[in-house]
Ligand binder design. Structure first.
Ligand code: ADP
Length: 586
């Protein structure tokens, strides 16, 4: 058995100084002092030992037969006894020392790993692919120990067939120093140069510090290098969210299987039913109206007059070309589309809009804006830049009328005509009831609630689920879910015209979480993974249409369920399993 199999970062034999290890693993050994090679010396002692046993037993038998007292010994018997004792000591010293030491010294459990444990681990490693239970269980710290921990093996299914993570003696020291606050948790990745080991150490330290177990939050099976400096700091594991598929969604003549990451029962099933209704109706059509990400810095002047001067300068068409050249230097893909300004006293809010190719574009637009601000500083040296993001005027991750009215990211409208018999047979309702419900719920009801962009049944449900599955920024579901759902009876009242208008869908297929393995697989399923080779921006635009198409399906299905009085029943069926919840919580 090779000890190195258990280590992800460092050979385990360093922890087992008294173990026999192969010569090529440990070049300096006590056995080097022997006159013969080790295996020959061992063979000689074995032969000698068993020959002597045989000789002494036969002499003993002979003495019993001839009634000779046992203490009367010949010279050859004395020599044999001495040689027997010597060979016994050699063999015990060689093969039994670990056993004797384990009895006598009983080493600290955080340093040593027994042969049995090692074999168990070996067996476990061989079996790991057959395991269904995710990892982290060996790190179960429901009662966090105060004394040094035993060697910690996170026993889980592993990522790209690497060995499971083992925390070793020196890791124990690092864990202790993180717990003591001597080593900052955030510095583990840079100190160790091994993101997974850093996550395992941080996780263990966290469990000890909080006294709370992270068992159930997997550690193994994730590429921690891929999130470093991009997606998540100080990771201790990852949350698993199931991905369901709704579809095929027939949209602009193409079929899409829509991945939805959610833990809300009914949502995928409902969206799937909407997709079916759309498919049977010949599909939906989605049109992209606008594609521009925004950033709105705020600057301050000594007077409102100076703020107004800059506003006029920025909005003068004659200056646009110069400004766009400066802005566009930031990226091959970021292209300035326009600047809109708003004044509050002597403060000026400048809303820059630019196309961003296949990226969602926040970084790209921020870089371009920074270029322009630096440029403006020459002509407006009294301009005081208060922030690259003027908060409510961008407006990122907040409900704001500016996004609802002006749009942010991709603005789309998506429609379908659902024949009356599809409404009856698939959606189990009628055109008339749907139209009436939409008027009273999504339009009047939302108006009564003072909704801002929320004239829909549950757009954010679908937006969030697709965003999580495809690596979008889930916080942007706020403005991305702005949606007005319209329903009208057409074709002399027989059929239903349904549409969703969504002005602020903020999606990308490059950058951020889109490059992570799972999210990238979901983008691949939609045929929009990464940057579009043919036409930069085509992938992210297609993704925006898919989001709107899926919202259309979701709106159709939920509205139908409400109008047919099925909502509570279906939620009882899909949201409430018959599992004993009290057991789960314990
Ligand atoms: P975001 O602006 O959405 O935060 P990033 O700026 O992090 O995204 O990622 C975009 C990066 O991807 C940029 O470095 C850009 O040059 C690169 N890139 C490559 N191909 C494309 C493309 N087709 N569209 C947009 N960006 C692309």
């Amino acid at each position: 058995m090779k000890a190195t199999r258990f280590s992800s970062a460092k050979p385990v034999q360093a922890l087992k100084p008294t173990k026999t290890v192969s010569l090529d693993e440990d070049p300096t050994k006590a056995s080097d002092a022997l006159p013969l090679p080790l295996h020959l010396t061992n063979a000689a002692f074995f032969t000698l030992f068993f020959s002597l046993v045989y000789f002494l037993l036969s002499r003993w038998r002979e003495k019993i037969r001839t009634s000779t007292p046992l203490h009367v010994v010949t010279f050859s018997e004395i020599v044999a006894i001495i040689a027997f004792v010597a060979s016994f000591i050699y063999l015990l010293g060689f093969f039994g020392i670990d056993f004797v030491q384990s009895l006598v010294f009983r080493p600290s459990p955080d340093v040593w790993i027994s042969e049995d444990e090692e074999e168990e681990n070996e067996f476990f490693l061989c079996k790991e692919d057959a395991r269904k239970v995710p990892c982290g269980q060996a790190l179960d710290c429901s009662l966090p120990p105060l004394a040094p921990q035993a060697t910690i093996v996170t026993a889980q299914k592993v990522f790209d067939e690497k060995p499971v993570t083992v925390l070793m003696e020196e890791d124990e020291e690092i864990i202790k120093s993180v717990v003591a606050g001597t080593t900052p948790s955030y510095s583990l990745e840079s100190k160790l140069g091994d993101c997974k080991r850093a996550a395992a150490i941080r996780r263990e330290a966290l469990q000890r510090l909080t006294g709370k177990s992270l068992s159930g939050l997997p550690l193994e099976g994730f590429d921690y290098e891929s999130v470093l400096g991009q997606c998540c700091e100080m990771p201790v594991g990852y949350v698993q969210i199931p991905v369901g598929i709704a579809g095929p969604l027939l949209l602009n003549g193409r079929e899409f299987s829509v991945p939805m990451a959610t833990t809300e029962g009914c949502l995928v099933a409902s969206t799937n039913r909407g997709c079916k209704a759309i498919h049977l109706s010949g599909g939906a059509t989605c049109v992209l109206l606008k594609d521009g990400m925004t950033r709105a810095p705020v600057v301050r002047f000594g007077t409102a007059k100076r703020a107004a001067d800059l506003k006029l300068y920025l909005e003068d068409p004659d200056n646009f070309e110069t400004l766009s050249v400066v802005f566009n230097r930031s990226s091959r893909f970021g292209r300035l589309q326009g600047i809109k300004c708003a004044i509050a006293g002597k403060n000026l809010y400048m809303r820059f809009t630019c196309s961003t190719g296949d990226a969602m574009g926040m970084n790209m637009v921020s870089k371009g804006v920074q270029n322009v601000l630096d440029f403006l500083q020459t002509d407006f040296p009294d301009m005081d830049v208060l922030g690259i993001s003027g908060e409510k005027f961008c407006s990122d991750k907040k409900p704001a009328a500016v996004n609802w009215i002006e749009g942010r990211g991709k603005s789309v409208v998506c429609e379908a005509i659902i024949p009356g018999d599809v409404v009856r047979k698939v959606l189990k309702t009628s055109v008339e009831s749907l139209v009436e419900l939409n008027m009273l719920k999504n339009l009047t009801g939302s108006a009564m609630a003072g909704a801002l962009g929320g004239f829909n049944a549950h757009a954010s449900n679908i937006v969030s689920a697709v965003y999580i599955a495809t690596g979008q920024d889930p916080a942007q579901n706020i403005e991305s879910s702005h949606c007005i759902t319209m329903m009208e009876a057409v074709n002399a009242g027989k059929d239903l015209h349904v549409s969703v208008t969504m002005p602020s869908i903020e999606v990308g297929t490059v950058g951020g979480g889109t490059q992570l393995a799972s999210q990238s697989a979901c983008l691949n399923l939609l045929g929009v993974k990464g940057a579009s080779k043919e036409m930069p921006g085509a992938n992210s635009r297609t993704l925006a249409t898919v989001v709107a198409g899926a919202v259309l399906a979701g709106e159709l299905s939920l509205m139908s369920a409400i109008s047919a009085g099925q909502l509570v029943n279906s939620h009882m069926k899909y949201n409430r399993s018959s599992k004993d919840v009290s057991k789960a919580s314990s």
